[in-house]
Design a protein around this ligand. Structure first.
Ligand code: CA
Length: 226
């Protein structure tokens, strides 16, 4: 398996190359976004590990350039901050997954394995979590053979949750991202849409649930199959 690493922090890039080589992957590193684009388009990689903050072109521009060139190479974005906006922007631009720094090498390798399995079936306008598939274009939520159409606000709330799998998304984040900074939306607006979404998940017979975490926010979780 061939891995391209685009990371301007040389020490981290070296560590990443080392981790990949220990896992018996071929890995090479470049240190700015322009080289990232050139190598990604010029080479044949199974997975690209892409930092967001890069000189010359940022990670978003790199993944956008790849997708505009119709290259579906799976991209794992590294985000330095736990910023929801970075993750959502990354996924909107066509990244397939993200990992927040710092991360454990086992986690990184697990994500790489998952992404490499998906190669060739990467669908750019679909978000997946558990048994759910969310169409970014149609706002359809699918589980098995059932599909429901989401309203715009339902879609935006769920998209943010699905873009942050296993992470707690605060009510404040949802208010700002879905309703905007200057809106007078309140926590009970969020609660109402969470309740609509739960009803739709129930209708779909999904194993995914939206769990409230001690009044802080929400997290998507998946029950293990019985
Ligand atoms: Ca960086």
């Amino acid at each position: 398996m061939n891995i391209l690493i685009v990371e301007d922090e040389k020490r981290l890039a070296d560590v990443l190359v080392q981790i990949m080589r220990e896992a018996k992957y071929n890995a090479e590193a470049v240190y700015d976004g322009q080289d990232g684009i050139d190598y990604a388009l010029g080479g044949d990689y199974d997975v690209i590990i892409l930092d967001v903050m890069l000189p010359k072109k940022d990670g978003f521009a790199v993944v956008r350039a790849l997708r505009e060139a119709k290259r579906a190479t799976p991209v794992l974005m590294l985000t330095a901050r736990s910023e929801v906006s970075d993750r959502v922007t990354g996924l909107d631009c066509g990244a397939d997954d993200y990992l927040t720094k710092p991360f454990a090498s086992e986690e990184l390798l697990a994500r790489i394995r998952a992404l490499s399995r998906r190669q060739g079936e990467v669908v750019l306008d679909l978000l997946r979590f558990g048994d759910l598939e969310l169409s970014v274009e149609l706002h359809d939520l699918k589980c098995g053979t059932r599909t429901v159409r989401l309203s715009l606000k339902e879609f935006e709330v769920l998209r943010i949750l699905m873009a942050n799998p296993h992470a707690i998304v605060t009510k404040e984040t949802l208010i700002v991202k879905v309703w905007g900074y200057d809106s007078d939306a309140e926590a009970n607006n969020v609660e109402a849409y969470i309740s609509f979404l739960r009803k739709k998940l129930h209708y779909l017979n999904s194993r995914v649930s939206i769990n409230a975490i001690r009044k802080v926010g929400y997290r998507l979780e998946e029950d293990s199959p019985c």
